[in-house]
Ligand binder design. Sequence first.
Ligand code: R5P
Length: 316
Amino acid sequence: MHEIARSIKEIILDKKGVDFPCHEVEYTIFANKEILPRVPNTVRGQHIFFLHPLQFPDPNIALMKMLLTNDALSRASVAGITLVTPYIPYLRQDRKSAPRQPISARMVADLIESNRKVEHLITIDMHADQEQGFFSIPVDNLTSMPLFAEYFKKHFDGDFSNVRVAAPDFGAVIRARRFAHKLGDVPILIVEKHRSALNVVETMSLIGDRNIAGTDVVMFDDMIDTGGTARNMVKALKGLGAREVYLSTTHGLFSSGAESTFKDAGIPVICTNSIPREKQYLEENPWLTVVPIENMLADAMFEASLIGGSVSKLNI
Ligand code: R5P
């Protein structure tokens, strides 16, 4: 994430002529796995944009690192913290789907707000827009949709006459509709997904015009995790004769060896770098195209730093 932070600093300097210090928090891990963050420079009285990925090495450790760093920053007398976490884990657990379960998304929001210096959150494509309501602080929930629209405009040379947009489940319908509208009101297909167990997608049926033989279908979803949803959807769409299925997603988690699925099946996947990957990872996985978020985050952070700044114009 530090590389992303550095490019954001350069973009803001370049576009707005505004310079500011950019530091990397140091983390020491003790033998028993306790974490000790240290902010390397004085931050007294300053407003801090704390850019933190909440996925590596796993969401639980990443959350703990974030909480401890917030504590370090507030004890170092910062004026306030804007937390910039492009991906927030646990947001899929936004309700009790069985008795005696937690509402983990709400608990993560409470944890973030447990430090009173955290005044503002900037994120990208929360699992469900209404989860902003789990927070009391202002949340700027950006969307990567304009980035993907730009990508596909180039890819299809601005001609979407042979393109369809697919929503991989009911939860993705609103997002897919907005995306289809952005591409020029292309027809959408909705997949009805049923999970027989956690992380296992079993049955799927399609809603919409099934006459898709020879078309290119673009899926747009907030995340690909194990790839089960996406893989089954590709199978269903190819079964109906789709020429190519492109999987576009904001957060490429790629758990449980999802990589080999996409590699072996030659399925093109396009994701953002909301979950930053090493150069080597990208070289080893040529099926993956990364659409960078730095420019969008730089604009959002700059606007958020202004009195009267506007972030909503970025989501158009
Ligand atoms: C579900 O509601 C999400 O939006 C994703 O479709 C889902 O979590 C992806 O998970 P997986 O890749 O493991 O099927």
